[in-house]
Design a protein around this ligand. Structure first.
Ligand code: BLA
Length: 311
């Protein structure tokens, strides 16, 4: 099912509330990401057995401080997938979708990552199978997971061109498959985004089915630490933090980030953010508040057509 698009170019509608006799400005919502999650879960259930995650009891839905923003959470697991979770945020003016899949440490499969932010004027999109291990050009890991499926990226490259400069640190969490793009809403773009999302997801799901359990304890430890480093980065520096704090308040936002979105950050390892990213240490030993030390970089796509990193 394609996503429901109520209005491709959201219009301002003057709306007079009878109760408070005040004028409010409403926008017709542009796209609903709830179907994206439902479709991915439907595809998953065709292939594997999904069980509810223990997180689902604690997190299902929330209302923002403004009384008008709805947050919906879904969380599952399987025998190999440690956590498959989704958060969709909606109000009259914006929609956010954050869908991720993390494996058990016995598997080195990439991390599924879909992050879509939609407001009246702009869509900010990251869709990727984030590598668990560093991809220096043509390593075994790149060969194992990416080289065979680069056609998925090429299929959407024209519709969704490189989104321009981004936080320099983010690049090492991305793969040559990454779709990093910005666009203004249209029915065609949202349809294409829906197809791309499902296609990337299918590719990831297939990897999780094919992957063999790692028997080498040192490799399992390496997988575990790599996932922990990723979670530690995102729980601390993800670009959505500011908005999430405004929506639900600092305390709830922190809980959502550490316990739900990036669950595992407090369980999979004991290293701290500074242990992994010492360049963020300030003189008094605390973590620098800056989102980035490097600053904005990569005006153009830093991979060539074959997926080799060209910086
Ligand atoms: C912007 N989100 C961005 C940007 C990126 C990402 C690259 C552009 C700004 C930048 O260069 O940092 C996404 N960055 C990622 C992802 C990774 C990463 C997925 O490093 C993974 C490793 N986005 C969300 C959620 C919200 C959200 C849940 O995923 C809100 C609750 C909001 N993202 C959001 C907003 C912006 C943004 C508001 C624009 C504001 C800004 O640029 O700071």
């Amino acid at each position: 099912n394609p996503p429901v698009l109520i209005s491709a170019s959201p219009k301002k509608i003057n709306f007079t509330s009878r109760r408070r006799s005040k004028r409010f400005l409403f926008r017709v919502s542009a796209v609903s990401y709830k179907e994206f999650a439902e479709s991915a879960l439907e595809e998953t259930r065709k292939r594997i057995v999904l069980e509810p995650s223990h997180l689902q009891e604690k997190y299902s839905s929330m209302t923002g401080l403004d009384g008008r923003t709805e947050l919906r959470m879904l969380a599952f697991k399987s025998s190999k997938i440690r956590l498959l979770r989704s958060m969709a945020i909606e109000n009259e003016t914006m929609q956010v979708f954050d869908f991720a899949g993390f494996m058990e440490p016995e598997y080195d499969t990439p991390i599924f990552c879909a992050n879509f932010f939609t407001s009246a004027n702009v869509n900010i999109v990251v869709l990727d199978l984030n590598p668990l291990h560093q991809l220096t050009d043509q390593t075994d890991y790149q060969d194992k997971y990416y080289n065979k499926i680069m056609s998925i990226y090429h299929k959407y490259a024209e519709t969704f061109p490189w989104g321009g400069k981004l936080t320099g640190e983010s690049i090492k969490f991305f793969s040559p498959l990454v779709m990093w793009t910005r666009f203004s809403s249209s029915q065609e773009k949202h349809k294409a985004l829906f197809s791309a999302f499902l296609e990337y997801y299918q590719a990831w799901l297939e990897m999780t089915i094919q992957v063999r359990e790692e028997m080498e304890p040192s490799q399992v430890r390496a997988n575990c630490e790599a996932q922990h480093k990723y979670l530690t980065w995102r729980a601390q520096k993800d670009p959505g933090h500011g908005l999430l704090k405004r929506l639900v308040g600092e305390e709830k936002a922190k809980e959502l980030l550490r316990d739900f979105l990036f669950n595992g950050v407090d369980e999979l390892g004991t290293k701290t953010f500074i242990d992994y990213f010492p360049e963020y240490q300030t003189e008094d030993g605390t973590v620098n508040d800056k989102r980035s030390i490097i600053g904005k970089s990569y005006e153009t796509r830093p991979w060539d057509l074959t997926g080799q990193f060209i910086g």
